[in-house]
Ligand binder design. Structure first.
Ligand code: PLP
Length: 401
């Protein structure tokens, strides 16, 4: 922690969420002020010259560093056990800046077959256009990584749990193989949040978050954060990926994000207990084909979950009976849960890819990509869980209409 003269470093997660990264300010404000400034003044040209020698420290211009964003960068870095964070305007800003910094034309990366669609497009369409090759493989069997590695492979990229299937990837096993070949490992930890999984503890080099989701937690910001195990890499991403590509987090957003992070631990506890209770109930319903939730004992990934997740998190994947029609009927009869994309908010959000985000993709290719007809993704919110169960129970009564 950086506050005052504090030397103790072994504080618990919630203490760090509240205090880590906090900076002194000259009026003693308890909460970090919103430093709504584009530039910073210097007492002399010499002082400016000193600052410009290393742009990753001090404050010269808010496209590089700003006190409001620095607080969240340091906070999330401590929560993720990394050296330093870099804040971005969005999760996609963080992902593209990281990949553009760490890869060059002629390089190859291996990624998990199931990735957030925006990430997939950056890797395939944009990086591909600049001569970066990619191979998608099923990393739920880490041995597939070995087969996908080529002479020019630089990096492995994945998410766990995967979206929307909720399949898990064994982080430790993937890192073991990657490090044998000197590859960088980059993980999108958005679904778990640092309260549930700390990938750097398993040897991952870079952890990315869409801070729009659990870190912010209230559905009122778009934000991204990258945390690196090594300070040098964070500085490289700051200069190439942030300062030059320019997807900078605004100070106002940093203020809301800092406020959200302070309650991350207590929110994740309730997201997880609500989701576990809902998943256990769903599993017993005759209108449900399958439920995927990492902390269900029946889940095929339960053993991996226990190894790398502190709790099951707030995301459930569900397959209802009666295919696309069953999914639509269920969704349209919900009265409390909200039909919306995104996740990690206080409200329960439900998404039916086959009739919403993926409705324009032909059924055959959609199903091949793991997006089945009755599949519904639930981001379980912080409402009273009995109310959520009652809502889903009444919505399911019309599933066969
Ligand atoms: N990563 C994951 C796993 C996501 O679900 C999303 C958005 O839904 C993103 C990244 C992109 O984040 P943002 O919307 O903050 O740009």
């Amino acid at each position: 922690m950086t506050k005052g003269n504090e030397k103790k470093t072994d504080y618990g997660f919630e203490t760090k969420s509240v205090h880590a990264g906090n900076m002194e300010n000259n009026v003693g404000a308890l909460v970090t002020p919103i430093y709504q400034t584009s530039t910073f003044s210097y007492p002399s040209t010499n002082a400016a010259a000193e600052d410009f020698e290393d742009l990753t420290t001090g404050f010269a211009y808010s496209r590089i560093t700003n006190p409001s964003t620095e607080v969240v960068e340091r906070k999330v870095a401590e929560l993720e056990h990394g050296a330093r964070g870099v804040a971005f305007a969005s999760g996609m800003g963080a992902i593209s800046a990281t990949l553009f910094t760490l890869l060059a034309s002629g390089d190859h990366l291996v990624c998990a077959k199931s990735l957030y669609s925006g990430t997939d497009e950056v890797i395939t369409d944009i990086l591909g256009k600049f001569g970066v090759e990619s191979t998608y493989t099923d990393l739920s069997d880490p041995n597939n990584l070995e087969e996908a590695i080529k002479d020019n492979t630089k990096l492995v990229y994945f998410e766990t749990p995967a979206n929307p299937t909720m399949d898990l990837i064994d982080i430790e096993e993937v890192v073991k193989i990657a490090k044998k070949h000197d590859l960088l490992v980059v993980i999108d930890n958005t679904f778990s949040s640092p309260y549930i999984t700390n990938p750097i503890d398993f040897g991952v080099d870079v952890v990315i978050h869409s801070a729009t989701k659990y870190l912010g937690g209230h559905g009122d910001i778009i934000a991204g954060i990258v945390v690196c195990k090594e300070l040098e890499m964070a500085n490289e991403i700051r200069i190439t990926g942030l300062m030059h590509l320019g997807a900078v987090m605004a100070p106002n957003t940093a203020f809301l994000l800092e406020r959200g992070i302070k309650t991350l631990g207590v929110r994740m506890e309730r997201h997880s207990s609500n989701a576990l209770a809902l998943a256990q109930w769903l599993e017993k319903q005759d209108w449900v084909e399958t439920v995927r939730y990492p902390f269900l004992e029946s889940d095929p990934c339960y053993e991996i979950a226990k190894k790398q997740m502190r709790l099951g998190g707030g995301m459930i994947s569900l397959e209802v009976k009666n295919g696309v029609k069953g999914g639509e009927n269920f969704m349209n009869n919900l009265k409390l849960a909200t039909i919306a994309v995104s996740l990690g908010d206080t409200e329960t959000l439900v998404e039916h890819p086959a009739s919403m985000t993926h409705s324009m993709i032909p059924e055959e290719s959609r199903v091949k990509a793991g997006i089945t007809n009755g599949q519904i993704r639930i981001s379980v919110g912080l409402e009273t869980v009995e109310d959520l169960i009652a809502d889903m129970d009444q919505a399911a009564q019309n599933i066969y209409d």
